[in-house]
Design a protein around this ligand. Structure first.
Ligand SMILES: [Zn+2]
Length: 61
């Protein structure tokens, strides 16, 4: 009955307001980023990561 909590590593590059969670996203930050483990309240979720997710090809971080 317990609902699975979706834990992800969201990365946001400093100076941007977009959170990424697919390592294969072309904009996934590799340096100069901050991490959150739950749905961020600030900023936007990356539409490209979302596309990868919906296509089932997101390499989750
Ligand atoms: Zn992304």
């Amino acid at each position: 009955m317990a609902e699975e909590v979706k834990k992800r590593n969201y990365r946001r590059e400093y100076g941007t307001s977009v959170w990424h969670w697919c390592k294969n996203c072309e904009d996934f930050p590799s340096s100069n980023y901050t991490i959150r483990h739950f749905s961020p309240k600030y900023g936007d979720l990356c539409p490209k990561c979302n596309e990868l997710q919906e296509a089932g090809s997101c390499d989750e971080s």
